[in-house]
Each structure stands twice: as C-alpha cells, then as structure tokens.
Design a protein around this ligand. Structure first.
Ligand SMILES: Nc1nc2c(ncn2[C@@H]2O[C@H](COP(=O)(O)OP(=O)(O)OP(=O)(O)O)[C@@H](O)[C@H]2O)c(=O)[nH]1
Ligand SMILES: [Mg+2]
Length: 194
C-alpha cells in the first residue's frame, strides 16, 4: 500500500498467482480490454515468444473516489513456470491481496498444489499474516470437458475459508467477479491501516 496524502491517492497491489498456463495473463488481458482507456494504463507484458510470462504483466486501474481518496490498483501476474520461481517472489512482494488462479485440468492438479504452497511459503517469508491476508480463489477453465469437480479442487489446495469464484477466463466469465471482491477485500484491509 502506498498513500500520497497530498494527491489524496492510494495505491494498492493485487497479484494474480498460480501455476503456469492456468490463465493469469488471460485475466489481465480481459480486464484491459473491458475497462475504458481513461480508467486504465496500457498493459505491460514481459513474455517469451511462446506467450509465457517471464517476469510479470502489469496493468493499473483507477476507481472513482472512495472516502475522499482516489484509489489506484496495480494488477500484476507472476510467471507460473517453476523455472522463473524467483520472479514470482519478487512480484509478490508488497502485495495487498492475491487472486489465486486454479487450473481445472486434471493433469495440472500437482502444479496447482505446488503454486498454492509456494504462495504461502513466500507470504510467510515476507512476514505476512496468511490468516487475514486477502486471497480470492478463482477456479478457471471450467469449460474443459474433463475439468476436475470443484470439491476435488477445493480439497487439493484446502482453500475453504477463502472466497471462491468459477471462471472461464478466455470468455471473460468470472474475471470481474474475481477482481471486484479482491478490490473490496484489499480496500477493507487498507482502511484498517489508515
Ligand atoms: N480452455 C480454457 N483455456 C484457457 C482459459 N483461460 C486461459 N486459457 C488458455 O490457457 C493458456 C495459458 O493462458 P495464460 O493466461 O497465458 O496463462 P498464464 O497463467 O499467464 O501462464 P504463465 O505466464 O506461463 O504463468 C492460453 O492458451 C489461454 O488461452 C479458460 O478459461 N479455458
Ligand atoms: Mg502469464
């Protein structure tokens, strides 16, 4: 969180976290394409030729005034590939909230668990209280014919207690439904520190 009292500006950071190819960049692309240009920045994507995120994607969005403050949200995605695991941690640093994207494909079960555990390890290393830290869980790729049942996905990462949203990010389904509660949760958390 960053506050510029003079400009009445508050900056909050939301990070899209999850296994490689689970759909994090797809979420940001949909948000970018569906918010008026006046309320968002251009999207910055650092990716390989195969469209895999190397370091991060970045997009900043602005909302109307809330309690006299002008909130800006920096949205980032981490690279899901384990090869870039160090970048995940760097991008996560200073996050006010996370949207954790779960891939519903059965063959990605272990990768989801690895990313979920890695998120918690990193948060703890930053000294974040993981009990109160806002994490929205997005079950993505619900369109896959062999998508794992929600209960099985929930059990695999033990995410009960977190807000959960079903999504088909390539169609935009569940994208704003995940972003909105994430924004709400980080705003609530930020207000406690004002
Ligand atoms: N079927 C299906 N495919 C999806 C969905 N969302 C994303 N994809 C596809 O999954 C692939 C990976 O999506 P990305 O958004 O690049 O994944 P990522 O999580 O950013 O991957 P990394 O940058 O490697 O961590 C792309 O081919 C997307 O089109 C979905 O809801 N359903
Ligand atoms: Mg990506």
């Amino acid at each position: 969180m960053f506050i510029n009292w003079k400009q009445r500006e508050i900056k909050l950071k939301i990070v899209y976290y999850g296994a490689s190819l689970c759909g994090k960049t797809t979420n940001l692309e949909f948000i970018h394409a569906n918010i008026p240009a006046s309320a968002r920045s251009e999207m910055v994507s650092l990716k390989t030729r195969e469209d895999r995120t190397i370091f991060f994607d970045f997009l900043e969005i602005q909302l109307g005034e809330i309690k006299g403050l002008k909130p800006k949200f920096s949205l980032y995605t981490v690279p899901g590939q384990v090869y870039y695991i160090a970048s995940r941690k760097l991008v996560l640093q200073g996050a006010d909230g996370v949207v954790f994207v779960v891939d519903s494909a059965p063959e990605r079960r272990e990768a989801n668990i690895e990313a979920w555990n890695n998120l918690h390890t990193n948060l703890r290393e930053f000294g974040v209280d993981v009990e109160t830290f806002p994490i929205i869980v997005q079950f993505n790729k619900r369109d896959l014919p062999n998508a794992l049942p929600l209960d099985e996905l929930r059990r695999s990462i033990q995410c009960n207690g977190h807000l959960q949203v079903e999504a088909v990010a390539i169609k935009g389904i569940g994208v704003f439904e995940s972003l909105r509660p994430a924004i709400k949760a980080v705003m609530l958390q930020a207000q406690k520190h004002l």
